[in-house]
Design a protein. Structure first.
Length: 475
């Protein structure tokens, strides 16, 4: 028997035992009322992650959706149980073995391409069918209430104007390009088919939660519209959207007074350099700038347009931004992990968002990390009592000998000096591929980080996204 045959049989057996096997189900776009049915209302007390040494583990079901931060103690992931398809699972880190809520995705059991949390416990997601490694075509945008009851559904993209070959496709697979405000569901997408157009046209679609009105805003393609290059990310609040592209950033104001929703430019920043990614904590927006180690800080101003606070210049002339994140307890602070140019070390900064000023806290040398900090994509900071943990995830070193997982650093010096091995609370987990998504949560003083990895490039058919939740302080 060949090695490949043994691998196939092993995977099939594992899938049968674990009940992860199943098929995609196809269907047409549905209204919210037709989505309500069996397994849709969130049910509590189901099974979630299984216990493992130091934490819990599951298989994420081959979803490109990142780990969802539902609130301070709860996360969401997509699981595939048996033959009914993909399920949303909401878990509290106080007991990761059980679900707080779970339900079949959208009534169809399709996969989820991307999702985001809104206010009042609501969730918005894009139902999708997988077409290969990290390649999805989306069909519906579904908005759920806090009990996982669908309350609104829209076709993903401008389905009226697109043939089957031009179905909408998500723009990236690390963080979602989708947002849910009090009035709108907003998604970025790409026409998946145009063989004669490279790159494919990008769009932003805005859907009203109050009625069925929609607007589809061209961003890039053969005809230049916003002049910001290809869409890379956005953040939305009220009637405003901060739209980042590969060649610049603009602020749009939504106008929903006509027959269709439109948007007009009200502010912009210099066209170069362009945006890399965007994060939002509903008070501020962090916009990582492509290629030069800087981060723009925007401030939401209620009913008025958002304003640019300033540009964080940490490592601006000497390195690149690896990861940025907001403080989970203080909305006025954020953290940045910068790669030092011509070196293998990483610098960690704290950002004062009100002034867009960065303070260097410490350096992570490669000799302590276990390799060059070339692929650390996420950073989270958590405190309990007198202790503080800095949690960074991704990959260390270079392929094919890179190491994958999460570093946990406890009580490092905050005077700009280098940490030592004594500050490592935990070394990299043994993930087969880089840890692509990681978020930290706290419940009753107990700190848990949740992470998932990339699919394997070498064995996309056999590998699945592993999802792990690990206790940091063991309370």
């Amino acid at each position: 028997m060949t090695k490949k045959t043994l691998m196939i049989l092993a995977v099939a057996l594992c899938a049968t035992i674990s009940a992860f096997a199943g098929g995609n189900k196809e269907g047409v776009a549905a209204s919210a009322s037709s989505l309500a049915g069996d397994n849709i209302s969130g049910t509590a007390g189901g099974t979630a992650l299984r216990s493992r040494a130091g934490g819990w583990e599951d298989i994420d079901g081959l979803s490109s959706a990142s780990i969802l931060r539902v609130d301070r103690s709860k996360f969401g992931y997509i699981d595939k149980n048996g033959m009914d398809g993909y399920r949303i699972k909401i878990v509290d880190v106080s007991d990761p073995a059980k679900t707080v809520r779970e339900g079949l995705v959208g009534g169809s059991g399709r996969n989820v391409a991307m999702w985001a949390a809104g206010t009042d416990g609501r969730i918005v997601l894009v139902e999708a069918d997988e077409l290969g490694r990290q390649d999805y075509t989306g069909y519906n945008i579904v908005v759920y209430d806090q009990d996982l009851q669908p309350i609104k559904s829209f076709p993903y993209g401008n389905q009226v104007g697109l043939a089957e070959a031009h179905r909408a496709r998500p723009l990236n697979h690390r963080e979602p390009i989708i947002a849910l405000t009090d009035r709108y569901a907003i998604a970025g997408w790409q026409d998946k088919s145009p063989v004669d157009t490279d790159p494919a046209p990008n769009f932003i679609s805005i859907y009203s939660l109050e009625d069925d009105k929609a607007g589809h805003i061209p961003v890039s393609g053969d005809t230049v519209h916003l002049n910001i290059g290809n869409l890379t990310g956005f953040a939305a609040q009220g009637d405003y959207i901060i739209v980042g592209g590969s060649a610049g950033t603009k602020v749009l104001r939504i106008n929903a007074s006509g027959q269709a929703i439109t948007a007009a430019v009200v502010d912009s920043v210099p066209q170069t350099p362009g945006s890399h990614w965007i994060q939002d904590n509903r008070n501020y927006v962090l916009e990582s700038v492509e290629g030069n180690g800087t981060v723009r800080v925007w401030k939401w101003n209620g009913a008025n347009a958002p304003s640019l606070v300033g540009v964080v210049t940490a490592d601006a002339t000497s390195g690149s931004v690896q990861a940025v994140s907001f403080d989970n307890d203080n909305p006025g602070e954020a953290y940045l992990l910068g790669k030092v140019a011509n070196a293998n070390a990483g610098n960690v900064y704290r950002i004062d968002l009100a002034t867009a000023q960065a303070l260097k806290l410490f350096t992570i040398p490669d000799v302590v990390a276990g390799g060059a900090l070339t692929g650390m994509w996420t950073i989270q900071v958590e405190s309990s009592g007198a202790d503080t943990w800095y949690i960074v995830g991704g990959a260390i070193g270079t392929a094919p000998n890179d190491k994958n997982g999460v570093l946990v650093i406890k009580n490092p010096p905050l005077d700009g000096s280098s940490i030592t091995a004594a500050h490592l609370s935990a070394s990299l987990l043994d993930f087969p591929t880089p840890a692509r998504s990681m978020k930290a949560f706290k419940s009753s003083g107990n700190i848990v980080y949740v992470t998932k990895n990339h699919m394997s490039r070498n064995y996309p058919v056999f590998s699945r996204y592993m999802l792990r939740a690990m206790s940091v302080n063991g309370n």
